[in-house]
Design a protein around this ligand. Sequence first.
Ligand code: ZN
Length: 417
Amino acid sequence: MILEKYSFGIGDRFCHQGKAQLSALMKANEQGLNITPVWNKSHREHTIIGTTPADTRQEALDAVKALKWDGPYFVDADHIGPGNVDQFIESSDFFTLDVADFIGRPADKSDVDAFVKKYGRYIGSLAVEGIERNLDVSEERIRAISGKFLLAVKQAGGIYRHITEAKGAGSFITEVSMDETDQPQTPVEMLFILAAIAEEGIPAQTIAPKFTGRFNKGVDYVGDVSAFAKEFEEDLAVVHFAVSEFGLPENLKLSIHSGSDKFSIYGPIAGALKKFDAGLHIKTAGTTWLEELIGLAMAGGDGLSIAKEVYAKALMRFGELCGPYATVIDIDTAELPTPEQVDDWDGQSFASALRHDQSCGQYNPNFRQLLHVAYKIAAEMGTRFTNALDRHEDIIAQNVAENIYERHVRPVFMEAR
Ligand SMILES: [Zn+2]
């Protein structure tokens, strides 16, 4: 099973927008740009919403059937670990092995010694095609990197073999993710992490490093764009190098998590993909749910009431909702409107405050981030919320599709061609 050059991770909290999401990628397809849809959902999201991996599979099946999509598509068990992999095995054919928790836990000295011995051939000034300056590789550096990452990669190997025993080798896509950690990985670290992945026999087709800068949920990139651009290009070069050096899958590519809405780095990303003729997997941060709220608000009446109610309750439960996402949101509470202010808004005002249009004076990133983590409130509304999604399907679908196509597919993939 091979993941194509371009693929898009379409998270969907409530499993209601599969068709709208697919329609956006099919629009690109009509113009000769092939992007493979991958419906991703993590254990945490399933738990908070009360859905199962089988629901995501069903959503994908329904969308594919309704729109007569005959291309490839996948269902991604996002950020799984040993404790929850089993519930994903049947319904998923894409597994994102999360090793972040094990980064920094010391590996066995004998494993480190063996790794250092084997990869000692890279010690010195290492030339990698596509990187201007040579990489500086010393024995101490390889030792430090293997000490920090070997155990995590071994962990991924264990999960990979567990899935293989259940599903059979070659019947699923494997991603290794290290994005949910404090420190970005340098290109040199990435090189030896990929060596370790190859050592473990993991046929990774995508790798999700932590990049420099902040990838907050649902809002733009925060950080030094030129530093990111340099690092991203070096990572692409290292991936290309590692494929031939370590015998990793030819189609191995980078995966960007919380990659939606990072408008200020889409230009550099597209430019780098073009320069290296590289592929990309980009995962959205579940922002389709915000388009559902925008659609409900624009529908007015009961839809707008639900949107306002979600916000009012989210404000009251601020700490509880933001807690689990503390490291990936930055909300300035002084900039949050009061429930009374929001109550006076019409649907258009609500939509303008929420929609990620930085040229719009009413756009409020604080409002957007709070609502991003407030999907639990909508989940608690149960069928009251999902019935409203059904009632206002047209206007919601329009917003979902436009967000994916105009704000993501075009600036990233169209420009990368
Ligand atoms: Zn992630």
